[in-house]
Design a protein around this ligand. Structure first.
Ligand code: GRG
Length: 237
């Protein structure tokens, strides 16, 4: 579990949660357990995604992937335990009502109708040509749902209004789509392979602009979330 978590990657999901919370006037301490849990869920998904039955990746973040280092059985168990620990952490927050709402939010967005659903369609679609709606379903679910959840959880921890949460949701969804497009450019896969890197970057740029448009309700507190969106467009890892 520690091997999958440290040293980490970009920590995008907890950064999004903490930034959304701060932008909505929340206290860092109230959001921290949720932010950590989101990164732990992300770590579980990477450990399982690297397995031979999934993407079969030998390396992750410049080091042997978890199953290459410890064997498949331990990697599966580490992923299971990371996911379970994330829920324990979310249940430990001081405010029980927020805790419960966050647990419901995260479980809905990472389960069969969210991240795991996107991964399932991805696995079932391999070996054939994927049409545009299938690619979009995979992207908005396997990558986009956890990113949208991260932004929303930040807002929830800060007690944001339903209207603010709706804007944060759209920001997170546009950002998640753009993030997967820039991932394709870096990996020469998906959209970047079918449409070319330049057209893909232009499309990602349009999604980033839409994401930033959703931040107007934050007025002068939109800066960090806007900067994260800009950074996603030019990221190199
Ligand atoms: C339940 C057996 C079982 C498997 C589930 C949930 C799952 C497998 C896979 C999810 C698919 C997945 C890993 C999507 C994320 C794709 C993606 C863009 C990963 C990279 O994220 P970054 O760039 O990584 O934020 P770092 O290393 O920076 O944290």
């Amino acid at each position: 579990m520690l091997y999958a978590l440290f040293p980490g990657g970009k920590r995008l999901r907890p950064i999004l949660a903490l930034s959304a919370s701060e932008a909505c006037g929340g206290q860092k301490e109230a959001c921290l357990p949720f932010a950590a849990a989101l990164e732990i869920v992300h770590a579980y998904s990477l450990v399982h995604d690297d397995l031979p039955a999934m993407d079969n990746d030998a390396f992750r973040r410049g080091q042997p992937s978890c199953h290459k280092k410890f064997g498949e059985a331990i990697a599966i168990l580490a992923g299971d335990a990371l996911l379970t620990f994330a829920f324990e952490l979310m249940s430990r927050a001081d405010d029980m009502a927020t805790s419960l709402a966050v647990i419901r939010e995260v479980s809905a967005r990472i389960g069969s109708l969210g991240m795991v659903g996107g991964q399932t369609v991805d696995v079932l679609s391999r070996g054939g040509e994927m049409d545009q709606p299938t690619i979009e379903y995979i992207y908005t679910h396997k990558t986009g749902q956890l990113i949208a959840a991260s932004v929303r959880v930040g807002g929830m921890a800060a007690g944001a209004s339903p209207e603010s949460l709706a804007s944060l949701t759209r920001y997170g969804e546009y950002l998640g789509f753009a993030f997967q497009m820039t991932d394709d450019i870096l990996d020469h896969e998906g959209f970047a392979r079918t449409r070319g890197p330049e057209a893909t970057r232009e499309e990602a740029r349009a999604f980033i602009a839409k994401a930033k448009d959703e931040l107007t309700f934050l007025q002068d507190r939109a800066g960090v979330l806007a900067a994260i969106a800009d950074r996603v467009l030019v990221r190199e890892n």
